[in-house]
Write a protein that binds this ligand. Structure first.
Ligand code: ACO
Length: 475
């Protein structure tokens, strides 16, 4: 592979002719992909005047800012066809799962690869719900945040905090092959952390919610579904026979299932990048949670509602769209790196919204959202760029109708996504050949070698971004 040859040795290969050296290389194509490492063998002498930092003699580098076309692993979990608007978990279309399955059953499917039998599901569900309880000290931890802390700040920190309880689950303490051995003992430890993380995700999220509301914490109940228990932990205020509204419980479950995984999105990639150092899963999940928080990812559902509030009413939509086209504003909830026609989840969410509104009444922002949607879908700017609503465009309206505070929306994305993060993390720990640390390359374009200048002899380098900013100080 990569050795200079004159003719391709197979149909499934790429022939590369390096015009710098005249050499020809055959690079194998496997599963319609080429190994980036093969390009490292394409070496050339440095051209006169070329920077040494280009490392030309060390082989070609593959440049892909923002991972636009880089496959970082082989996966059996989720398939997306962005042009056809297809999403499948382990081969099952998302529409079928949303109709027939539940979030926890889908979690089993995503993590272990097949739909569980009744007894298998019973064990899984019991373990996850059993592990919902946190140590009483976690209450103090959550209470240590300020009353106006963003709940994602609490949740992200809480996942890392949680890891401090489980020394037996920490490869730094127990040996780096703790999760990669793949034997029964190793799998048992891995699965226990999976139960704990999925089980406690709702508990920690509910605690973040209650801190904000100034409510006492509630011990996870028994006898309720995963989402039923979550609603109970947030809403229960001492009623004797509290049961969550079954339609809202089902709606939240469908939303959880839709958010459970989405292959190599920013947060899942972060979990894998972090996990590739063989850190404990709590730290890796905390990193994923932080990545999800951003407005280009899981923070978009919150951003959509803030945007709709700022637009105010349908009459203001045209002016808003003009501002988007001038790049003065962002149309949150539209566009996707992968989906270029439609996000299949958005149709299911739209349908679920109607179910929820039957109970809660229509959200006052719905009309503005529909006007915005209709106008954007026939606007040349959005058509040309293949921008359609993503899952977040409608989900925020449901969360708002259900009474969740705005800044809690990303939490409602992060909790179910714990499942996908863990499915990818588990797959990577057990992958053939072991775990390779994720260490990408860069193209260094900075200063070439220069000598240290004593401070008295320096000339100031000034300008925006060329030094620290002067900041104003209050009080
Ligand atoms: N509003 C207006 N223009 C947009 C939008 C948008 N929401 N999204 C993309 N564009 C434009 C870009 O400006 C760019 O235009 P140009 O080619 O003239 O410069 C073009 O469409 C292509 O967009 P990119 O930014 O290159 O697309 P990318 O794949 O890098 O980004 C992203 C995808 C981040 C989702 C982007 O569409 C976006 O910012 N959307 C709004 C935020 C959002 O809804 N995020 C949620 C994503 S889904 C999820 O995480 C569940």
């Amino acid at each position: 592979m990569g050795q200079p040859t004159a003719t391709p040795d197979s149909v499934n290969s790429l022939t590369v002719h390096d015009n710098r050296t005249g050499k020809v290389y055959n690079i194998p194509i496997v599963d319609n992909s080429i190994p980036a490492t093969a390009f490292k063998t394409i070496q050339a002498p440095r051209a006169p005047g070329e920077r040494e930092e280009n490392e030309t003699e060390k082989g070609l580098r593959v440049s892909d800012k923002g991972f636009l076309n880089t496959a970082v692993l082989r996966s059996e979990i989720t398939f997306i066809d962005g042009d056809a608007g297809i999403l499948r978990y382990r081969g099952y279309p998302i529409e079928q799962l949303a109709l027939h399955s539940s979030h926890l059953e889908t979690a089993y499917l995503l993590i272990y690869g097949s739909l569980p039998t009744k007894p298998q599901f019973k064990i899984f569900e019991t373990e996850v719900l059993h592990h919902g309880v946190t140590h009483a000290d976690a209450e103090q931890f959550c209470r240590s945040f300020r009353y106006d802390a963003h709940p994602m700040a609490i949740l992200t920190s809480a996942f890392a905090y949680l890891g401090s309880y489980y020394g037996e689950a920490n490869p730094s303490l127990q040996g780096q092959s703790l999760y990669t051995r793949g034997n029964a003992a190793s799998l048992e430890i891995m699965d226990k952390q999976i139960y704990r993380l999925i089980g406690k995700a709702t508990t920690l999220a509910a605690m973040a919610y209650r801190v904000r509301q100034g409510r006492e914490f509630v011990t996870p109940p028994t006898g309720l579904s995963y989402t039923g228990s979550f609603l109970y932990q947030m809403d229960h205020l001492g009623e004797e026979n509290y049961t969550p509204n079954p339609i809202l419980e089902k709606a939240l479950d469908v939303l959880f299932l839709l958010h459970a995984d989405h292959e190599m999105n920013a947060s899942s990639t972060t979990v894998l990048q972090t996990g590739s150092s063989l850190v404990d899963p709590y730290s890796a999940i905390a990193a994923g949670c932080a990545s999800l928080y951003g407005p280009l990812h899981g923070g978009a559902n919150e951003a959509v509602i803030r945007m709709l509030i700022s637009i105010g009413k349908p009459e203001n939509v045209p002016a808003f769209l003009e501002a988007v086209k001038k790049r003065e504003k962002v149309l949150s909830g539209f566009g996707h790196r992968v989906y270029k026609t439609s996000d299949p989840r958005s149709f299911i969410v739209r349908k679920t919204a109607d179910e929820v509104f039957k109970i809660t009444g229509k959200d006052e922002l719905l009309e503005t959202a529909m006007a915005l949607h209709a106008a954007a879908m026939k606007d040349e700017y959005f058509i040309k760029r293949k921008l359609a609503p993503n899952v977040d465009f409608w989900s925020g309206l449901i969360y708002r109708a259900m009474g969740f505070p705005l800044d809690f929306f990303p939490v409602l994305f992060a909790v179910p996504r714990v499942v996908g993060w863990l499915a990818h993390w588990r797959q990577m720990m057990l992958q053939e050949g072991g775990v390779k640390i994720w260490r990408p390359r860069q193209i260094y374009v900075g200063a070439s070698k220069r000598d240290y200048v004593p401070i008295d002899e320096r000339v100031a380098v000034e300008g925006l971004r060329k030094g620290p900013s002067a900041i104003s100080h209050s009080g």
